[in-house]
Write a protein that binds this ligand. Structure first.
Ligand SMILES: NC(=O)c1ccc[n+]([C@@H]2O[C@H](COP(=O)([O-])OP(=O)(O)OC[C@H]3O[C@@H](n4cnc5c(N)ncnc54)[C@H](OP(=O)(O)O)[C@@H]3O)[C@@H](O)[C@H]2O)c1
Length: 236
């Protein structure tokens, strides 16, 4: 096992936190399969890019199938693909609902099932969900009910799956970033969002990557949600 080159699957790998995770796992010597709708293959043969909508089960089939065909295994899945639509609850459209459920929850479901099936064959694996502290702490002025509904599911399922698969060598954790400087937020929004936590700043992609890689190394940690949020989850 020690000579095996490990493989990480990163969803939403084209930009922001996902692109940072691709680099972070490559720096650890992993082969990486990265997916998103717009992703394109780069020059690094250790990164296989597979385009597709994560809500589509066919994308999950291709990503996990190609990971096994090209690299032979799946050691880690990071469920990072996600969208955030902040609106007053009564303004959400049926399309907003379908998009957020599809990307954030349905996307998690299809690829995680397939990844865990492969991890069961191997007898080891690690799943990390990228969620949000909004699940525990709503913020007045940032209406985010659909983020709560969808990321709440991703947070909640961590303990369930951690317990369900503990005996099979599979760990399941989450990282809950606060407001992070990524293309998700405009520069003006980031200036305001940086005032909303006790540290009074936004985080960087590297803060989130460090937390995921910490959990990767932390073999006794499972069922954990690691908040990387400048104290947002702790209080105001
Ligand atoms: N930035 C923050 O402040 C923050 C805070 C808490 C949690 N998060 C979470 O962290 C994760 C990454 O966020 P980010 O800030 O890096 O966002 P981002 O820069 O907008 O990146 C989102 C990624 O998800 C992919 N994606 C979106 N919809 C998809 C779909 N239907 N199918 C496949 N891929 C899809 C995007 O690629 P394509 O457009 O090519 O599909 C992109 O690679 C998300 O789950 C987000 O909810 C972010």
């Amino acid at each position: 096992m020690s000579n095996v080159q490990k493989v990480a699957v990163i969803t939403g790998g084209s930009q922001g936190i996902g692109a940072g995770l691709v680099e972070g796992y490559r720096a650890r010597g992993y082969n990486v399969v990265a997916t998103s709708r717009s992703i394109t293959q780069g020059p690094d043969a250790g990164v296989l890019a597979i385009p597709g909508d994560i809500a589509d089960p066919a994308t999950a089939d291709r990503v996990i199938g190609e990971a096994i065909a090209r690299f032979g295994r799946v050691d880690t899945l990071v469920n990072n693909a996600g969208i955030f639509v902040a609106k007053p609850f009564t303004d959400y459209t049926a399309d907003d609902y379908a998009a957020m459920i599809g990307t954030n929850l349905t996307g998690f479901f299809h690829i995680t099932q397939r990844a865990i099936r492969q991890m069961l064959v191997q007898g080891s694996g690690h799943v990390v969900n990228i969620t949000t502290p909004f699940v525990n702490q709503a913020i007045a002025g940032i209406p985010a009910a659909l983020a709560n509904i969808t990321k709440g599911g991703l947070t909640s399922v961590v303990k369930e799956l951690a317990v369900e698969y503990a005996q099979q060598g599979i760990r399941v954790n989450a990282v809950a970033p606060g407001f992070i400087r990524t293309p998700l937020h405009s520069a003006e929004a980031l200036e305001f969002l940086g005032t909303l936590n006790p540290q009074k700043r936004v985080g960087e992609v590297s803060d989130v990557v460090d937390a995921v890689l910490y959990l990767e190394s932390a073999g006794f940690a499972t069922g954990e949600v690691l908040y990387v949020d400048g104290g947002q989850n702790a209080g105001r």
